[in-house]
Design a protein around this ligand. Structure first.
Ligand code: HXC
Length: 282
């Protein structure tokens, strides 16, 4: 789909880059020529993903940091800059989430998710953008939100609130920092199977079946599909895309908004009755 050197000479920091969608985006960006720097809380997955990239001939480094800690994020950004020679892109991918009835949540549970998703995205954005602005260099930020950032969703209220904040931050800074040639965009993924999300949100085969039955394409997203979209949004040909949020969910959120969506499973007799009624009325 892409020129093999689409991201040649680019250097990208990815939070949560050791696992799940972060790992998929890191592997794809590296194959397309970018140097990647992975940041996360756990050493083992970061090391493993960086190793996989280097074994395939790519450039990768990593550092542990909890994105809730601004000082730790700044130290990781410093290291990334030194190891890769510079940084020109950031993917805010690190997330925290779980299913819960909201009335049972503690304030600390809400703060844990908002701290990772909203404050964490702000911390890394601030750390890299200050450097870009000072050095008068262009930059690109890609925020991974969720389709419910726009709609809200029951039972994931801390995450929905935080992702809505990240979406607002994306659009606000896209305007404020356009003068510095810093682009900010978001991707709103629907269901993409990852260990982190599935174990917390779709933990049983019945829950998975229920999701699939409701989905217009009857399938989940493939990691390669999201990684390709991310690569494009980071690339030079996407230079005029700024302040956008691209949904990638196989039509799931459009389906949820349609008033007649339940009719996708209507039997043929229903449609015959509709036809009969049409012929009967003038
Ligand atoms: C209710 C919970 C809880 C749960 C934790 N808490 N899990 N409350 N239900 N299932 C509460 C704890 O009791 C505690 O509150 C507070 O949250 C902090 O918990 P800790 O475990 O101490 O925090 P921490 O170790 O920092 O872990 C953060 C976390 C965890 C968010 C709770 O799940 C995590 O690290 N997640 C990272 C990976 C992840 O979530 N990936 C999925 C992303 S999917 P008290 O009051 O007891 O101290 C995604 C998009 C999906 O974001 C879109 C799908 C369509």
């Amino acid at each position: 789909m892409f020129e093999p050197d689409l991201l040649k000479d680019r250097s990208i920091l990815i939070t949560g880059g050791g696992t799940g969608l972060g790992r998929a985006m890191a592997l794809r960006a590296a194959v397309l020529g970018a140097g990647v720097f992975l940041v996360g809380r756990r050493e083992a997955p970061l090391e493993d993903t960086a190793k996989a990239i280097v074994e395939r001939g790519g450039r990768a480094g990593w550092a542990t940091a909890d994105v809730r800690d601004f000082g730790a994020v700044e130290r990781a950004v410093d290291r990334a800059w030194k190891e890769l020679g510079s940084l020109d892109s950031l993917i805010n991918n690190a997330a925290g989430n779980f299913l819960a009835r909201t009335e049972r949540l503690s304030p600390n549970a809400f703060a844990a998710v908002v701290g990772i998703v909203l404050e964490g995205s702000f911390h890394s954005t601030l750390a890299v953008a200050r450097r870009w602005i000072e050095a008068e260099r262009p930059g690109c930020v890609l925020n991974i939100v969720a389709t419910y950032a726009a709609s809200g969703s029951p039972y994931v209220v801390p995450s929905a609130s935080a992702k809505a904040g990240v979406l607002a931050m994306t659009k606000s800074l896209a305007v404020e920092w356009a003068r510095y040639h810093i682009r900010l965009n978001a991707i709103a993924p629907g269901p993409f199977p990852t260990e982190g999300a599935w174990s917390r949100l779709i933990p049983t085969p019945e829950a998975e079946r229920a999701w699939l039955e409701e989905h217009p394409m009857r399938r989940f997203g493939r990691h390669s599909e999201l990684a390709d979209l991310a690569a494009y949004l980071l690339s030079a040909p996407a230079e005029y895309i700024n302040g956008a949020c691209v949904t990638i969910d196989g039509g799931a959120s459009a389906c949820a908004q349609g008033g007649f969506t339940h009719l996708v499973d209507a039997p043929a007799e229903f449609w015959e009755a509709v036809e009969r009624e049409r012929r009967r009325t003038p």
